[in-house]
Design a protein around this ligand. Structure first.
Ligand SMILES: [Zn+2]
Length: 901
């Protein structure tokens, strides 16, 4: 699955620091005990294992008018020891007419808390095969959980589409079943629908017949044995773009009139299928693979086997209207979901405690495959940003190991986080670099072959990689997947006999967590002299190590190529040497040094001036990844400066820092320029607009007016920055214009851009109007509730949005799917930078939210405390740096800087 990372949500996981003490903790943790390889009997789960499903035949009739369903199912079961009761999952369903083998009636008891249905029979069922038949009544949900509906606009009026989202634990909302991934079972699905509907599921349509009364019945071919979370059903007035690739029937399925915009995703799939067939060493397993575009607010994408669903904003590409970042997102998400067709679908983690096997691997593979087919996008360089998101979260007290116990649906939903995805990706990348690309791939091929159509644990993956590489993978990996956090490697150098003697020491890297348990890792270290391609490597297995490098005084860089998941702190002259030689570093090393330096600032192991002086050394840089790192950090400092007197001089300083790159990229694309230059331009313009660059704001307004008259006048790449700048400084008339554009468009990509722009308005009167919109039902629930997050984030009305959310939390949370419900308020509160807000939020949550929401609450509160820490510790240094580097002409800035200097 891929979860939409909107700007406001990402901000939750951005930069922070805190109140780390210098406490030295002497106790070193003993590595956790390794988990066993997969076995059905020892896999965790809620359901008893004495009855096992072996086949489902389900018939369901969803009614587009009443938004209810009626259905029947016959489940082939295998009874392993005599029992009178059968326990399976059901949620928000009315289940009755239970019968065994067509005769023996059973009574059904629903337990809403456990989300189960228990069927009790008058006498024990003998061991062996039986047939359990059930009838049920359920709902079609407004949120993307189980079977849901979306409404969307067309030229012929409003229409309705059905979709499903089952992962992690929502298939049980559609019909009763064993809803745990270890119960791999074939599904034979039949659906009864209005005659003008088309329907798509995991497998091709086997038969279709008319039922009369305007209905038809569609039966799909049975699936292979698969986990329930991969089931899919989409239906509506759909059309599809059909093709073939590697002997597989492929299609992009959209609402009517949009299938031509599926060409780009179709081409991506045609490249990826043969690539993955080769990489995994096993061919794609099903006869067809559809990619389904869902309009509205359904979040992200889901790898349902043979029928992947996407929010249409990350599947459909309109060359006349879609930006480069949309194009990249499409390739990347397609690469992610298609990788899951093997890693996750053909071979599945046994339980949610190993979710990282699915998501860490697919995240790594999507970057690898995107880079393979689009090397000019430099996605590995830019993957530093995603790694940073994980490392920042992983440095706080609220982090957790990649592998963590999961006992209920809230914990399963919570596992879909940056540790599972981005730390998982970064760790796999480090491991691949250590073992070598070919050996790593051979291990993956062994793993696929050995576990086809079955389940696994992490131990099974390590075993396959050990066989292929001959390396002790389990021993290296345990520290990274079974312990929280990661190390900072401190390096110092001294000259001995004409050579540098490097002393290395590892410590756990933390932010605002002085009592963190001391831990050790087996760290794959790489290092080399700046300007040389020669890279040395070794495994730092102990607390300290020494090694040598050529040439005293030559700058040495660790974590070459940015492939490692650790921070590096350079002591003595080493840091200054790297700064002086910044332009000679390879690009990945420049990005890595910038992000490590900012992380050390957050941890109070460096000062803000260390980072800002490095950013100045990067002034002449032309690389997108370097600038994205700098722009993200400047944006974070600007966020911490909200409401502070130092904000104006800081913004003046930031504008001056960005002038050279702005002069270079300008407003308009040059013929033949790199696609990454288009992205750099839009990022720089958005930042300058945010930092109140008057010329950029005026030009954005001019271009927006021209766009309203003639949309084709504004290049697709310029639309997101122009809209965000215009929205930020909007008056009522501009706001109304944006709102009318948002309401009118039939493109989800455009709708999201317009709403994000108007929700970012600084004018408090407009912010109030946006908050009111969030409770109206004019847009899909996810999209409308996101408005509150955007008012607090880009709109900077934290107080107003929080007060609003406190008043209306029930209505707002009801609009969120269970999957992302508990992350909602923490994401909003994370915009604060005052420690008392963290406390207030915790008290509010304790009084008003269920206990299962509290772990996410802690993460949000800790984020606020960490932000408060860096604000208090570092903003003084930012102020004096900004004032001393900038001539502030007139205004409050001058007065403030007089006081500072
Ligand atoms: Zn995924």
């Amino acid at each position: 699955m891929r979860v939409f990372r909107e700007k406001v949500q990402v901000s939750m996981f951005r930069q922070l620091t805190g109140l780390t003490g210098l406490a030295i903790i002497a106790v070193l943790a003993v590595p956790a005990q390794a988990e066993p390889k997969f076995s059905f009997a020892t896999t965790p789960g809620q359901l008893p294992r004495d009855v096992i499903p072996t086949r489902y035949a389900v018939e369901i009739t969803p009614d587009p008018k009443s938004l209810t369903t009626i259905g029947t199912e016959v489940i082939d079961i295998e009874v392993r020891k005599p029992t009178r009761t059968v326990v399976l999952n059901a949620l928000n369903l009315k289940v009755d007419k239970a019968r065994l083998d067509g005769q023996l009636p059973g009574t059904v008891k629903i337990d809403p808390a456990k989300q189960t249905a228990t069927i009790t029979f008058a006498r024990p069922i003998a061991t062996g095969p039986h047939k359990l038949s059930l009838a049920f009544v359920g709902q079609v949900n407004a949120q993307a959980e189980g079977l849901y509906y979306v409404r969307y606009k067309t030229d012929k009026g409003e229409k309705l589409m059905f979709g499903t989202q089952m992962e992690p634990t929502d298939a049980r909302r559609m019909f009763p079943l064993w809803d745990e991934p270890v119960f791999r079972t074939p599904f034979a699905l039949t659906v009864n629908l209005p005659e003008n509907f088309k329907a798509v599921s995991n497998m091709p349509v086997a038969s279709e017949k008319r039922l009369g009364g305007g209905l038809k019945s569609i039966a799909f071919a049975p699936t292979p044995k698969m986990p329930s979370y991969l089931l899919v059903l989409c239906a509506g007035e759909l059309e599809s773009l059909d093709d073939q690739a590697s002997g597989v029937k492929i299609g992009v399925v959209t609402t009517e009139g949009k299938s031509q915009n599926g060409r780009y995703a179709q081409e991506a799939l045609k490249k990826l299928l043969p690539y993955y067939n080769d990489y995994f060493g096993v061919g794609y397993a099903l006869p067809k693979l559809d990619q389904i575009a869902v309009p509205g607010g359904f979040g992200g994408a889901m790898e349902n086997w043979g029928g992947i669903t996407y929010n249409e904003a990350i599947l459909l590409y309109d060359p006349a209207r879609s930006s480069q970042s949309t194009k990249e997102a499409i390739f990347n998400v397609v690469a992610h979901e298609v990788a899951h067709q093997w890693f996750g679908n053909l071979v599945t983690m046994a339980w949610w405690d190993n979710l990282w096997l699915n998501e860490g691997f697919a995240s790594w593979m999507d970057t690898k495959a995107t880079d393979h087919f689009n090397p000019e996008w430099e996605v590995w360089l830019r993957a530093n940003a995603a790694k940073n998101v994980a490392m920042q979260s992983d440095a706080r007290s609220t982090t957790h190991p990649i592998q963590q116990p999961v006992t209920d649906p809230a914990q399963a939903a919570s596992a879909f986080d940056e540790i599972t995805y981005q730390k998982g990706e970064a760790f796999i990348r480090m491991l691949e670099a250590y073992l070598g690309e070919a050996k790593f791939r051979d291990g993956i091929r062994r793993y696929m072959k050995a576990h086809t159509l079955s389940n696994t644990t992490t131990a099974d993956l390590w075993a396959a990689l050990e066989e292929a590489s001959g390396q002790p993978v389990q021993a290296i990996a345990a520290g990274w997947t079974e312990q929280p956090g990661f190390p900072v490697v401190t390096v110092s150098s001294r000259c001995e006999g004409g050579k540098q003697r490097l002393a290395l020491r590892q410590d756990r890297f933390t932010v605002n967590d002085p009592n963190a348990k001391a831990l050790l890792w087996k760290v794959p270290i790489t290092y080399g002299e700046v300007g040389s391609d020669k890279v040395e490597s070794f495994l730092l297995a102990d607390k300290t190590a020494t090694t040598t490098a050529e040439g005293c005084g030559a700058p040495v860089k660790l974590n070459r190529g940015d492939t490692g998941y650790y921070r590096v702190k350079y002591e003595g002259d080493l840091f200054n040497q790297l700064k002086q030689n910044f332009s000679r570093l390879q690009t990945a090393d420049r990005v890595n040094l910038l992000s490590d330096t900012w992380a050390l600032v957050q941890a109070k192991q460096a000062g803000a001036r260390d980072y800002l002086s490095l950013a100045e050394a990067a002034k002449a840089d032309t690389n997108l990844a370097v600038w994205q790192q700098i722009l993200a950090t400047l944006g974070e400092i600007d966020r911490l400066q909200i409401g502070q007197p130092g904000r104006e001089p800081f913004q003046t300083y930031a504008r001056a820092l960005l002038q050279p790159v702005y002069q270079r990229v300008g407003w308009d694309a040059q013929p033949g320029e790199l696609e990454t230059t288009g992205l750099l331009r839009s990022s720089v313009l958005a930042s300058l607009g945010k930092f109140k660059d008057e010329a950029v704001v005026a030009e954005a307004r001019r271009r927006f007016e021209a766009f309203v008259r003639a949309p084709e006048s504004l290049a697709p790449n310029l639309r997101p920055p122009v809209l965000s700048v215009v929205g930020r400084y909007a008056d009522q008339a501009t706001y109304d214009q944006l709102l009318s554009l948002a309401r009118k468009t039939q493109s989800t990509e455009e709708k999201r851009n317009y709403y994000a722009a108007l929700a970012g308005a600084l004018d408090p009167k407009l912010a109030q109007q946006t908050l009111a919109l969030s409770l109206k039902s004019e847009e899909e629930p996810n999209l409308s509730t996101n408005l509150v997050l955007q008012v607090a984030g880009s709109g900077e009305h934290r107080e107003m949005a929080w007060e609003f959310a406190k008043q209306n939390y029930k209505a707002l949370l009801d609009k969120r799917a269970f999957f992302n419900r508990y992350k909602y308020l923490p994401g909003l509160v994370a915009n604060f930078t005052e420690p008392e807000r963290a406390q207030e939020f915790e008290a509010f949550a304790k009084a008003n939210l269920p206990a299962e929401a509290l772990p996410e609450v802690s993460k949000g509160a800790e984020f606020v405390r960490a932000s408060a820490g860096i604000k208090e510790q570092q903003m003084g240094e930012v102020d004096s740096w900004a004032c001393s580097r900038t001539k502030i002409e007139g205004g409050k800035g001058t007065q403030f800087c007089l006081g500072v200097n």
